[in-house]
Write a new protein. Structure first.
Length: 265
C-alpha cells in the first residue's frame, strides 16, 4: 500500500539537522566559556557567519536560554538554562549515586555527611547522613545558599570559571564592604591547591566543616561533599587527625567523580 503522507525530502531533513546542530553548538559554547560571549567570537569559534549566530542567539534569548548583558554586546546563559540544570539533577538522581559515599564518610568520621550541588549561581543541599552522636549538625534540604560562604560553597566556587568567581566576589563585597576581595581570592586559590575547603563558625556559630568538590567527565565542578559537626570535635590543621579527616572527605568526593565518568566498553 502506498503511503498517503509525502516523505520529507532528504535535503530538507539534512538542512533541519544541520540547523539543530548549529543551535546546540552555540548553546554548548556558553558552558565551555568562563565569560560572556559575543557574536563575533562564537562565529569565529564555530566557523559560522555572524548573521547565523545572531539569529540563533535571538531565538535562544526569546526563550531565556541566553540573555544579553546590559550595556554590552555579549550574552550569558539565561534563567531557562539554570532551570534545565536543576531538572538535569533530578533526572540524574545524584542522591542515589552518592549515597554509598555519604554513608561511608558518615561511618568513618561519625559526623554528618552532606551532598551539595551547584544550581545556577547558588548551592543547595540534596542529601545528608546524620551523625550518630547526640550533639551533631543537621542541615535543611532544599534552600539555596550563596557560593561565598561556608566550606561546601567555597569548595565549589574555587573551581568555577573566573568570570563566575568575579560575580560572586562582587556580590560578597556588596553585602560586606569590609571584605578584602584579594584576600578572598587568595583563599580560593588555596582551596584549588589543596583540593578542599574548611570553615569554622562561618555559617553557624560553633560549627565546623571540611568539604571537597566532585566533577563531571569534562572536569566541570558539579557539587561538593562535606563532613560537618561541632567545632570542638574538629582538630587543628597541623594535627594528624585533621589530615585523616581531610583524606576521608577527599576520597568520598573522588569516588563520586569516578561514578560520573562514562562507562568504558
Amino acid at each position: 500500500m502506498t503511503s498517503t503522507h509525502p516523505s520529507r525530502p532528504p535535503a530538507e531533513s539534512a538542512s533541519g539537522t544541520e540547523s539543530a546542530d548549529r543551535v546546540a553548538d552555540v548553546l554548548v559554547s556558553f558552558t565551555r566559556s568562563d565569560r560572556p560571549l559575543g557574536v563575533s567570537q562564537i562565529a569565529r569559534d564555530l566557523g559560522l557567519s555572524k548573521a547565523v549566530v545572531h539569529r540563533i542567539l535571538q531565538s535562544l534569548a526569546s526563550r531565556a536560554l541566553v540573555q544579553a548583558i546590559p550595556g554590552d554586546a555579549r550574552y550569558a546563559l539565561g534563567p531557562t538554562a539554570v532551570g534545565l540544570g536543576t531538572k538535569a539533577w533530578s533526572q540524574l538522581d545524584v542522591r542515589s549515586l552518592a549515597a554509598p559515599a555519604l554513608r561511608r564518610l558518615r561511618d568513618q568520621t561519625r559526623e554528618t555527611a552532606t551532598l551539595s550541588v551547584l544550581v545556577g549561581n547558588r548551592r543547595i543541599y540534596l542529601d545528608q547522613y546524620e551523625s550518630p552522636q547526640e550533639v551533631k549538625m543537621v542541615i535543611e534540604i532544599g534552600p539555596q545558599f550563596p557560593l561565598h560562604s561556608g566550606a561546601s560553597s567555597r569548595s565549589i566556587l574555587a573551581f568555577l570559571p573566573q568570570a563566575f568567581i568575579d560575580e560572586v566576589v562582587a556580590e560578597l563585597v556588596d553585602l560586606r564592604p569590609d571584605v578584602d576581595p584579594d584576600e578572598f581570592l587568595d583563599g580560593l586559590a588555596q582551596v584549588r591547591d589543596l583540593g578542599y575547603a574548611t570553615s569554622t563558625n562561618e555559617r553557624n556559630t560553633g560549627a565546623a566543616s571540611i568539604a571537597a568538590p566532585f566533577f563531571d567527565a569534562s572536569g566541570n565542578v558539579l557539587g561538593s561533599i562535606s563532613s560537618s559537626g561541632p567545632a570542638a570535635r574538629y582538630a587543628q590543621p597541623a594535627d594528624e587527625s585533621h589530615q585523616e579527616h581531610v583524606a576521608q572527605v577527599l576520597a568520598a568526593a573522588r569516588s563520586i567523580t569516578r561514578l560520573l565518568q562514562p562507562a568504558r566498553s
